[in-house]
Design a protein around this ligand. Structure first.
Ligand SMILES: [Zn+2]
Length: 52
């Protein structure tokens, strides 16, 4: 059984971020804002600027 609790909206896309079975579907930033993994990965991709 999975417990799925809404934690708060992503600060970037506004999508609700859930805590599923104790695992947060995103990251909590220093200022207590929440960012979903989709946006987080996008940010990391931009920071790395690896290109292809
Ligand atoms: Zn997002």
């Amino acid at each position: 059984m999975k417990i799925r609790e809404p934690v708060g909206p992503c600060i970037d896309c506004g999508k609700m971020v859930y805590c599923v079975s104790g695992f947060l579907n995103g990251i909590v930033l220093d200022n207590h804002n929440i960012r979903c993994y989709d946006c987080h990965e996008e940010m990391e991709g931009l920071e790395k600027e690896e290109g292809e």
